[in-house]
Design a protein around this ligand. Structure first.
Ligand code: F6P
Length: 541
């Protein structure tokens, strides 16, 4: 148990406040203050956050900020930016912010400025990308590269996939981008079935270069390639590059370390999309667009670091997540982008949020007595409306929503954007205000049907509004959620940067792999369920 947080006066004040506010409807709150929609909103670095449709009043944010101050949030933020080893359980600094710092910045890790290394890798990536994109990097038969296959998983896949989709508008259309992550061979086969190996570049993306899914897919890619180039090993150098922190393992795999793009142990996997792990992104959109994305990240970093807490977007969003998680006991948050380019953003956020804050042990090694990381999920806007929004509107659970919307489309055609934006505005309005039984009745609805057609409302949401999707905005959005996650972890006193929870499954899988072979002679010594499933698998072979 970690009594400090929940027995603090700041926590108690929030509990009391929650009891005061829980019965108040957003309808009343808006009626009471006609300027609420303008007042409970904040704009920073071109992102407008309307948080007025949350179950808060004029005191709530102040009370949440008191809690943040009681755990020294500003000092914890500085500790991250300054390279302190805030990833306690792994003894590492956490410096994804250094990946997007300008060339003349200085960030010290163990007394050494890491910024020159960061930019040296970015420059090397840029030079490589220029060659591939311009067709001057030739495959071993002299043909330019037309296909890029990124092989990676978790942070070595989700960020690149999401960014490729998000920036597709800016991409070079004659380069085919594919992503292989699942160890299910189907993923590899379907991604490569129509590719000409002599025009294909494989990117093996793995921070550790030991992840079994990625190493298995990488080996299959190597075999696939060699089988199609008459076993010509020397051709590998023109068709395989690696993104990793582990030069030794890269060399052992057979990739020349000249063809390796490096990053460092102070970059967490789920915080790595703007490091060398972003090579596929840079190949797709080019170095200039990639740097624009980095500039957007950096702008949000600066905003987070320097803006007073009450005007600070990641702080406000992080504290609202704590408010819903710990006081309203909400279990999930839906992230609902109304822009097709952000279709993989919710999937990307799942790793960022849940691998970071899915912890029940505090940094002091004690068990929490409060809930931590919420479940994040979502789909692009209007698709979700015809799928799961029913439950958000009329289900029994409270699901805070983050709507993300843009004023202008990158593909303006007819009335599409007006219809899209009308929908996002309508959804947050409907969730907040609902429709009373009286309103339903006044429409002449049969009495028995009224309860079915009534909407309670009082369902909270944030709306993030920006002018148009762009590389800069993508960087800002990702950094916004990264920092919001950190704010939550500081309040909860957990290490947002380790991921021990994924280890046990990995270890057990390693043990089971040889046991699946029917000729394996030793006795199975798992539980009776696992033993039986193994036997059945064997029988199917
Ligand atoms: O799932 C655990 C994890 O370590 C993630 O944190 C990471 O993003 C992923 O595996 C892939 O790791 P790597 O890049 O080392 O292959």
């Amino acid at each position: 148990m970690n009594p400090a947080l929940t027995s603090s006066p700041q926590w108690h004040a929030l509990e009391a406040h929650y009891n005061d506010i829980r019965g108040i409807h957003l309808r009343e709150m808006f009626a009471k203050n006609p300027r609420r929609g303008q007042e409970l909103a904040v704009e920073g670095v071109g992102l407008y956050l309307d948080y007025s449709k949350n179950r808060i009043d004029g005191d709530t944010l102040g009370l949440l900020l008191n809690l943040a101050k009681s755990v020294d949030l500003p000092a914890r933020v500085e500790a991250m930016f300054n390279g302190e080893k805030i990833n306690l359980t792994e003894g590492r600094a956490v410096l994804h912010t250094a990946l997007r710092a300008p060339r003349d910045a200085s960030v010290l890790v163990d007394g050494q400025n890491v910024i020159p290394d960061v930019h040296a890798v970015l420059d090397k990536m840029a030079a490589f990308c220029e060659r591939v994109r311009s067709g001057t990097w030739l495959g071993h038969t002299g043909k330019p590269i037309r296909n890029v296959v990124n092989i990676g998983i978790g942070g070595s896949d989700l960020g690149p996939v999401m960014a490729y989709e998000a920036l597709r508008h800016f991409s070079q259309r004659d380069l085919t981008m594919r992503f292989v992550s699942n160890v299910d061979a189907t993923d590899f086969v379907e991604a490569t079935v129509d590719l000409d190996p002599t025009e294909t570049l494989f990117i093996i993306a793995s921070k550790t270069f030991t992840t079994i899914e990625t190493m298995t897919n990488a080996q299959t890619a190597r075999d696939w390639f060699l089988a199609r180039v008459d076993g010509e090993e020397s051709a590998i150098a023109k068709h395989f590059v690696a993104l990793s922190t582990n030069a030794e393992k890269v060399a052992a795999f057979g990739i020349d370390t000249q063809n390796m793009f490096e990053f460092w142990d102070w970059v967490g996997g789920r915080y790595s999309m703007e490091s060398a792990i972003g090579l596929s992104t840079m190949l797709a959109v080019g170095p200039d667009v990639f740097r624009r994305m980095l500039a957007g990240f950096h702008e949000m970093d600066q905003h987070f670091r320097t803006t007073p807490l009450e005007k600070n977007l990641p702080v406000i969003m992080g504290l609202l997540a704590v408010w819903y998680s710990n006081f309203f006991r909400a279990e999930t948050t839906a992230v609902l982008p109304y822009d097709q380019y952000l279709k993989r953003f919710p999937a990307y956020l799942q790793q960022l949020t849940m691998e970071s804050n899915g912890k029940y042990i505090t940094t002091a090694g004690t068990e929490v007595d409060y809930d931590t990381g919420m479940i994040y999920w979502g789909e692009p806007g209007t698709n979700g409306q015809h799928s799961f929004y029913q439950l958000i509107h009329q289900g029994t659970r409270l699901i805070p929503c983050d709507f993300i919307a843009f004023g202008k489309s990158l593909n303006p055609i007819g009335a599409h954007q007006d219809i899209l934006v009308a929908n996002v505005l309508a959804q947050s309005e409907a969730l907040a205000f609902g429709k009373t039984a009286e309103e339903v009745k006044s429409e002449g609805t049969a009495k028995w049907l009224v309860p079915h057609r009534e909407f309670q409302g009082n369902r909270p949401s944030n709306t993030l509004f920006a002018e148009q999707m762009s590389p800069e905005v993508l960087g800002k959005l990702v950094a916004l959620y990264e920092h919001s996650v950190y704010v939550q972890s500081v309040i909860w006193n957990i290490d947002a940067f380790d991921q021990w929870g994924v280890e046990l499954g990995k270890v057990l899988a390693k043990k089971i792999i040889p046991e699946l072979d029917a000729s394996h002679s030793s006795d199975l010594n798992h539980d009776s369920s696992t033993n039986e499933l193994i036997r059945r698998y064997r029988a199917m072979q």
